[in-house]
Write a protein that binds this ligand. Structure first.
Ligand SMILES: [Zn+2]
Length: 260
């Protein structure tokens, strides 16, 4: 069942998804009073639901993300329509938000997902992929976060494997702000998020949640089958800033994973 958000609650919910405290780079401010959450210790994923009542879904949800994708089951479950992106060049705008490196979009890149139009808001990285495929965890995963006019969220997940160096991600990684709360903007450097997508446009599709508190169950997930690659050196470059920033996989329950 598709869930809709009221406009007013959108910023809060999206912020959670963004692994960020704010949607816009301009507003990055870590003097906020948001409760602290992280990926290990007493504020790690197992205890997110205890941090505050609004995070309760993280413990008691029934369509949580990420999941392990069983390719056999997905192949039998059925086929859905494609992912059509129409991404444009956007000025570089990168934030180190304390949970990850996030690249903000300028609101001009769109995507047609399962017949609905979405706008690309930002993309960000997880060290250690969040989704796994038949139990396999990739070195990294990038999440392209999209929002529709009425507030629905759709995320395209792309696995990152170790292999050939990635020239697109070189532009991003060479400009990562090293300190939490810092950002880097440039009008002369532009990025086109389409360069993040693998050649093969096959994907898995299922209904899930934000993978960060408050774990709201409003996300249509599109996880690309084919990984993109970075070099070992690029991986190390990212790992100097963030490591093991993934939520463990969640129960699939009665949900189906479709594919294309
Ligand atoms: Zn994410």
């Amino acid at each position: 069942m598709q869930q809709f958000l009221r406009k007013g609650s959108l910023a809060v919910v999206t912020a959670g998804l963004l692994c960020a405290t704010t949607l816009s780079a301009v507003e990055v401010d870590h003097s906020h009073h948001e409760p602290h959450w992280g990926y290990d210790g007493t504020t790690g994923p197992k205890d997110w639901g205890k941090i505050k009542p609004e995070f309760e879904r993280c413990t008691h949800g029934d369509r949580q993300s990420p999941i392990d994708i069983a390719t056999d089951t997905a192949a039998k479950a059925g086929v859905v329509d494609g992912v059509f992106v129409s991404y444009t060049n956007a000025p570089l705008n990168i934030v180190n938000n304390g949970h990850t490196i996030q690249v903000n979009s300028d609101g001009k890149s769109t995507a047609l997902l399962d017949g609905k139009e979405f706008t690309l808001v930002q993309f960000h990285f997880h060290e250690g992929s969040e989704h796994t495929v038949d139990g396999k965890r990739y070195p990294m995963e990038v999440h392209l976060v999209h929002q529709s006019e009425v507030g629905e969220l759709a995320v395209i997940g792309v696995f990152i494997d170790i292999g050939k160096p990635n020239t697109f991600l070189k532009k991003v990684f060479d400009n990562m702000p090293l300190k939490e709360g810092d950002r880097k903007v440039s009008d002369t450097i532009t990025l086109n998020a389409k360069d993040l997508l693998p050649t093969d446009k096959g994907f898995y599709h299922y209904l899930g949640s934000l993978t960060t508190p408050p774990c709201t169950q409003i996300v249509e997930w599109y996880v690309m089958k084919e990984p993109i690659t970075i070099s070992k050196e690029q991986h190390e470059q990212f790992r100097k800033l963030y490591q093991n920033t993934y939520r463990p996989t969640q129960e699939l329950g009665t949900r189906k994973v479709l594919h294309k």
